[in-house]
Design a binder for this molecule. Structure first.
Ligand SMILES: O=C(O)CCC(=O)C(=O)O
Ligand SMILES: [Fe+2]
Length: 373
């Protein structure tokens, strides 16, 4: 990691090349440790992924077009039953202050499955995952193809990251149990496999993509929230297992351009509480750890707190930002056991400490969105 001359400090992510990642025998534990380990930033990025740059460009240019569709067209692709977790969502999520988030618009879809299930009871129980994708087929037909192409690519690479995280986790586990060879190792390994990240993500029907459009800051907001790190997107940790993120694209009137304010963009809180801006290339896919991985790894891999800062100054007027996140997460049926050592959303966990991932998500949505429709 190296410091740039920008203040506040900007740190470069740890990078792994696609070629290294593809090698199942490569020992990437040092890089995984550096990125995701106890002293890491909680983010790392993958370089040289074939086909990635054009898939990113194509999709990110569509978010301002989607956001500028007439209100009645956007309303047609809203889904209140899933609490806006499919289709268009603007002003539905509550901010820390309790006010609706008007600063960004999102479009959510499962890039792998258009119809995850047809079972009515499941759709009723887990609407945010078991509902169906809603594409703007007439107003913006290109969106479906571009969204699925980028989402599938980020998942494919993310599964490779997960494979190497599992190998890292195994190494770390055996070093913390130096007498493992005296135990029944086959039993230990079996228990381990149940919580391995790659197979959990591989069998999931819950992956969710989010195309984000950050509206240009109004000048009044600029001065009001100007000093805040989290002026575009509040501090949070992602709920899923692993999030794939594109580097944000800045535009003005739908034309791509560099951001005039070097301090704008993604910020992360490090394990030691330091706040840093993180930078990675437009041609890299970044991955960060979500809460579910912290829970399933019993705190071994920690979730990454992050936020987004809006650009400031006169030149920032009219600047909009487009980006894409893929939330890779367990299936709705996957059982989560909440270890005592992890202190995430304790108030939502029943005595006994176990919920399905789908149940856990609905409880969280009760907290951050309006109650069920
Ligand atoms: O806009 C970004 O770069 C991050 C978005 C994000 O954190 C999220 O959608 O959870
Ligand atoms: Fe996030």
């Amino acid at each position: 990691m190296s410091f740039s001359s920008e203040a506040p400090p900007a740190l470069r992510t740890v990078t792994i090349s696609y070629a290294q990642l593809q090698d199942k025998n490569a020992d990437l534990s040092a890089k995984i440790e550096e990125g995701f380990g106890p002293n890491g930033l909680g983010i790392l990025s993958i370089t040289d992924v074939p086909g990635y740059c054009s898939a990113r460009q194509t999709l990110l240019h569509l978010s301002p077009r989607l956001a500028s569709l007439p209100e009645e067209v956007k309303k047609e692709i809203e889904d209140p039953h899933s609490r806006y977790n499919f289709g268009w969502s603007h002003g539905k999520e509550k901010l820390e202050s309790g006010k609706p988030d008007m600063l960004k618009g999102s479009f959510y879809a499962n890039p792998i499955l258009d119809i995850p299930t047809t079972e009515e009871s499941l759709i009723y129980r887990y609407p945010s995952y078991c509902g169906q994708n809603i594409w703007p087929s007439h107003a913006l037909p290109e969106l479906e193809v571009a969204f699925k192409a980028l989402g599938k690519l980020i998942l494919e690479v993310g599964l490779m990251v997960a494979y190497h995280c599992d190998r890292y986790d195994e190494t770390a586990d055996s070093s913390s149990y130096p007498y493992l060879e005296f135990f029944d190792v086959s039993k230990e390994m079996k228990m381990h496999e149940d919580k391995s990240l790659e197979p959990i993500l591989l069998r999931s029907r819950c992956h969710k993509g989010r195309l984000l459009y950050y509206f240009p800051m109004q000048q009044s907001n600029c001065s009001q929230d100007g000093d805040s790190m989290s002026s575009w997107c509040g501090w949070h940790t992602d709920h899923g297992s692993l999030t794939g993120l594109t580097c944000g694209m800045f535009l003005r009137n739908t034309v791509e351009m560099p951001c005039s304010d070097g301090a704008a963009g993604l910020y992360i809180k490090t394990r030691t509480g330091q706040i840093v801006k993180v930078v990675y290339g437009e041609d890299e896919i970044a991955y960060q750890i979500g809460e579910t991985t912290e829970i399933m790894s019993r705190g071994h891999l920690c979730a990454t707190p992050h936020c987004v800062r809006a650009p400031r100054g006169d030149e920032a007027f009219g600047l909009e930002r487009s980006t894409f996140a893929l939330f890779m997460q367990p299936d709705w049926d996957e059982k989560l056991n909440f270890p005592d050592v992890v202190h995430i959303h304790k108030e939502l966990i029943p005595a006994g400490g176990s919920l399905t991932f789908g149940e856990y998500t609905e409880k969280l949505l009760d907290k951050y969105y309006h109650l069920k429709m």
